[in-house]
Design a protein around this ligand. Structure first.
Ligand code: MD6
Ligand code: FE
Length: 208
């Protein structure tokens, strides 16, 4: 077990927040969501190059990366269908840990295979700039990189395991972060077709 970790800037890692049965139930809900909102291959703004992470969403709004830019949208870019609702257990997590009066509108579903990574970034496409962003890790462990308010500043590496919750609140809401590497084969949670791999769910309030 890794220890929970927090910083005075409002970053929190709640290790093992979801136990194995809760993780299994969550994966089952995500698999149901992915039947109506299939994982798709997003591309980067301008270049149109494929991201290594594949995505879907649930909630009233989904985060979409496409040639034209980043945006929040109410429908799946390939099926045109509305995103399925956010599972109640994730809304419970938000109510318990966000300290924010309104519920999240968006839940981004990221799937990493063994080669996928996510470059250093700030979550900056929301007008609710003070609402925290909460994430849940499922499946293989990953090296998460946490920096500060400037891209060039010092960073630290944290290992995220299945069931962990990360909260970027307070000043850390605007801190650079990314995923350096998945540790393939470290979890047996996800269905075969998602292994080796990791799913990360990020809950966000989009509008103020
Ligand atoms: C990931 N997470 O863990 C990527 N963003 O796969 C994020 O980019 C993230 O974990 C905002 C808040 C929490 C996060
Ligand atoms: Fe992020």
């Amino acid at each position: 077990m890794s220890a929970s970790f927090s910083t005075p800037d409002g970053f929190r890692l709640l290790s093992g927040y979801f136990d194995r049965p809760a993780q299994e139930a969550l994966v089952a809900s995500i698999m149901t969501i992915l039947k109506t909102a299939p994982i798709y291959q997003p591309v980067m703004p301008r270049s149109g190059r494929a991201l290594s992470v594949k995505m879907s969403n649930c909630g009233a709004l989904g985060w979409i990366s496409e040639k034209a830019g980043y945006r929040y949208g109410a429908t799946h870019p390939e099926t045109g269908q509305p995103w399925p609702p956010i599972p109640e257990v994730l809304l419970d997590l938000w109510r318990a840990q966000s300290d924010w009066p309104d519920l999240p509108e968006a839940c981004l579903i990221n799937h990493y295979d063994e080669k996928a990574r996510l470059g250093l970034h700030i979550d900056a496409d929301e007008s609710a700039t003070y609402a925290p962003v909460l994430s849940v890790s499922l499946g293989d462990s990953a090296y998460f990189r946490l920096g500060g308010p400037s891209r060039k500043g010092p960073t630290q590496r944290l290992t995220l395991h299945s069931g962990d919750v990360v909260i970027l609140g307070g000043a850390s809401r605007r801190f650079y972060h990314g995923v350096d590497k998945i540790l393939p084969g470290t979890s047996s949670l996800l269905p075969e077709s998602f292994r080796p791999g990791r799913i990360n769910l990020t809950l966000r309030r989009v509008h103020q």
